[in-house]
Ligand binder design. Structure first.
Ligand SMILES: Nc1ncnc2c1ncn2[C@@H]1O[C@H](COP(=O)(O)OP(=O)(O)OP(=O)(O)O)[C@@H](O)[C@H]1O
Ligand SMILES: [Mg+2]
Length: 348
């Protein structure tokens, strides 16, 4: 569990220090007090990555140079410093050159009221969903993803450069194919593993029988990356961008055999929750340790049945940090309740 968390110059907080309880922690506060930022800090401390942004720059408090996160998770001391010029990591007070050991310490599942975008948004949202859990399950995934993105960026930059020769552009094909194939294989495996968890979660939190949720991975490399990349040469040239590869992957969602776009608002909401729950269950199944569950403001929009079903379906025993503007829906006795107001966090 996350027992202690300290932040400095993180989002709206100049300095904040707190301790969490095992089990359920609830943070109650009006809008714009920093509830989401606090959960984000817990996530970044453990995973060095924010579910809200692709770069860490926006997390640094306006007007300061760098942010500091410091905390204890499962007895390990984690410290992270980030500025636009420098990143520093320490695990149990030993500075780390690579993030590999640091990232083995804790795993996170992030639920948010913005999760509807998983269903309603573009394919990019669903790729990010897959990546967020894949890097937590498979240490080599992060490297493949980085290698792929680097090769893709370089190839696209050359495609946009007037006068670049095809020979120069094609020099990036080999690293693109190597990393891209590894990503494609890993994502296909992941979707296969997530599917039964997602279907079970959908049913548990309000899906009706006959409305089974199915996940289908549609690889952007087609049937053969190398062949299709070569075949797309003229099109790449004309559009000045790489048109084939895992950056065009889709995770197709179907409910009772119909595309999720046709599902009702309520069905889509359940579906988004089911996708997050599936991540939690898969991490639980693949590891001895439970993930830290961060639930950002998701209860306001759920009816009582769904709320209770969701709480019942979370991996039991996992630590939860829940934010909300109104706390009138749960059993207070079982939770540690905090109040966040004027940048101050106090136990209620
Ligand atoms: N880098 C930053 N520097 C300073 N302030 C920031 C930074 N990033 C965000 N903020 C501010 O932090 C405040 C708190 O944002 P946050 O999203 O955490 O609030 P919240 O309590 O979750 O609100 P809501 O209930 O509306 O979701 C916002 O007013 C925002 O303008
Ligand atoms: Mg918020």
């Amino acid at each position: 569990m996350l027992s202690a968390l300290k932040l400095r110059d993180f989002r709206c907080f100049q300095a904040l220090e707190t301790e969490f309880a095992p089990g359920v922690n609830v943070i109650v506060g009006p809008n714009a007090q920093g509830k989401t930022s606090l959960l984000e800090a817990a996530c970044v401390l453990l995973r060095l990555q924010s579910p809200r942004t692709s770069t860490l720059g926006p997390l640094v408090r306006i007007g300061s140079v760098g942010l500091v996160l410091d905390g204890f998770y499962a007895g390990n001391h984690l410290q992270f410093y980030y500025s636009s010029r420098r990143k520093k990591l320490a695990l149990d007070s030993v500075e780390q050159r690579s993030a590999a050991d640091y990232l083995k310490i804790g795993r996170v599942v992030w639920f948010s009221n913005a999760d509807m975008a998983l269903v309603q948004g573009g394919a990019e949202e669903r790729r990010r969903y897959l990546d967020f859990v894949a890097v937590q399950l498979d240490a080599s995934y992060r490297r493949h993803l980085r290698d792929y993105e680097t090769a893709l960026r370089s190839r696209n930059r050359l495609l946009k450069q007037p006068g670049a020769a095809w020979r120069q552009i094609a020099a990036f094909d080999a690293p693109l194919i190597t990393a891209g194939t590894a990503l494609t294989e890993a994502r296909a495996r992941l979707v296969e593993e997530l599917s039964p968890h997602a279907a079970a979660a959908q049913l548990a939190i309000g899906g009706a029988a006959g409305e089974a949720l199915a996940l289908r991975y549609v690889p952007g490399v087609g049937d053969n990356f190398a062949v299709n990349l070569e075949a797309s040469r003229d099109e790449d040239w004309r559009l000045r961008q790489t048109r084939v590869g895992p950056h065009r992957d889709e995770l197709a969602l179907e409910l009772g055999g119909l595309p999720s776009a046709l599902a009702s608002e309520g069905q889509q909401r359940t579906l988004a929750l089911a996708l997050r729950l599936a991540q939690a269950r898969l991490i639980e199944a693949r590891h001895e340790a439970l993930p830290l569950l961060l639930l950002d403001d998701i209860f306001g929009e759920l009816d009582l049945n769904r709320r209770n079903a969701l709480l019942a379906h979370l991996p039991s025993g996992a630590q939860q940090i829940i934010t909300t503007t109104h706390f009138d829906w749960a059993d207070t006795a079982a939770a540690r309740v905090f109040k966040l107001e004027n940048r101050l966090l106090t136990t209620a």
